[in-house]
Design a protein. Structure first.
Ligand code: ADP
Ligand code: SF4
Ligand code: MG
Length: 329
């Protein structure tokens, strides 16, 4: 199944949950060369925090998230960073598999393929729960867990196969399995895209509640800024495998500083406006990224320097980072 968890080796290390990665890079092998996809991002998450990862399709959101737990195919991919800290402890390459245990679990866009079609939910949940329990897993424990993710008819769900569940129920089961692993961090990668509007709302509310009740840290990946503003405490805006803006969600919503973020905000559907606005041009292809600022072919503020040099990511206000020559401290 696609819901990936890791077996913990030394649980006592996780007294204080936090992940802090500096200068994360991911390159994919293309023929004899490597193509840079994620280009030096810093990512941090704190306990009971929801960090939103936003940006158009193809901007490197999923690749970045999968690289956190080294889930990309190792034969054609190279992951590197300057520092990887768990609980403020710096971890070196050899220790990462050791520290990774039970730290991160994932839920994806389409929940059904992430569950094993051959087994009832009961067996799948039991398997994960038994990793963290010395005793045999009781039905009551599983039912309680399913009820905690809003599945009131828990007994029926336990005795169902994945194809017998609706998309919304299957996503709740996937979340329950992630919780069963007792991960400190949940990566929810476009978890509502395959669901209808009502089910979407339910899953977003559930994630928010779980953050508070379980002290869970969540990376919430979406191209939908409306959802981001509802759920996220902090938002990272991705463009061409880079972070172009990172700030508290309220700052991004009220006063976006990067031209790309401002353009994304204009695309959010508004009540009373019938036409949908789109950002002009296309998101760039990684095999032929524009010179300088990768957003320059689409940017109305572009000038000479933007075509020649890549802007650095600068902290322009406390906690508000922007990658644009036109935005000053
Ligand atoms: N396994 C892979 N091998 C080569 N390139 C990949 C692989 N996975 C993703 N990519 C490329 O990485 C880029 C970013 O993809 P992705 O992270 O999935 O974007 P997003 O999640 O923002 O839509 C895309 O151009 C995609 O083609
Ligand atoms: S650096 Fe230049 S091209 Fe890039 S976003 Fe800023 S103004 Fe636009
Ligand atoms: Mg994706």
């Amino acid at each position: 199944m696609l819901c990936v968890t890791f077996t913990i080796l030394k649980e006592e290390k996780f007294d204080m949950q936090i992940l802090d990665i500096k200068n994360l890079r991911v390159d994919f092998k293309k023929g004899k060369q490597f193509l840079n996809i994620v280009s030096g991002i810093d990512l941090k998450i704190e306990p009971a925090q929801i960090v939103g990862i936003a940006g158009e399709s193809g901007s490197g959101k999923t690749v970045s998230m999968l690289s956190l737990a080294n889930l990309l195919p190792s034969f054609d991919c190279r992951i590197s960073y300057d520092s990887y800290k768990v609980n403020r402890i710096k971890v070196d390459d050899k220790q990462i598999p050791f520290f990774r245990g039970r730290l991160i679990s994932y839920i994806f866009q389409d929940p059904v393929p992430s569950l094993d079609p051959m087994f009832m939910i009961k067996s799948q949940l039991k398997e994960v729960l038994s990793l963290s329990s010395d005793h045999s897993v009781k039905n009551e424990v599983m039912e309680k867990l399913l009820k905690s993710v809003g599945l009131e008819d828990a007994e029926r769900v336990l005795n169902s196969y994945p194809h017998q569940l609706s998309g919304g129920m299957a996503q709740r089961v996937a979340i329950a399995i992630a919780l069963a692993s007792k991960s400190k961090i949940l990566v929810a990668d476009e978890p509502t895209t395959a669901l209808d509007a009502n089910l979407k709302k339910g899953i977003l509310k559930l994630l928010k509640d779980l953050k508070d009740e379980n002290n869970l840290s969540i990376f919430f990946v979406s191209h939908d800024l409306e959802q981001m503003f509802y759920i996220a405490d902090r938002i990272y805006i991705f463009y061409a495998g880079m972070v172009v803006e990172a700030a508290d969600a309220s700052h991004i919503k009220k006063a976006p500083l990067h031209p790309y973020t401002a353009a994304l905000l204009k695309c959010v559907p508004q009540r009373g406006k019938s036409s949908l606005i789109q950002i002009k041009g296309r998101s760039p292809n990684f095999t032929s990224l524009p010179s300088g600022c990768p957003f320059h072919p689409r940017c109305e503020f572009m000038d000479d320097i933007c075509q020649r040099m890549r802007p650095p990511l600068i902290e322009v206000k406390k906690g508000h980072f922007v990658r644009c020559f036109k935005v000053k401290k």
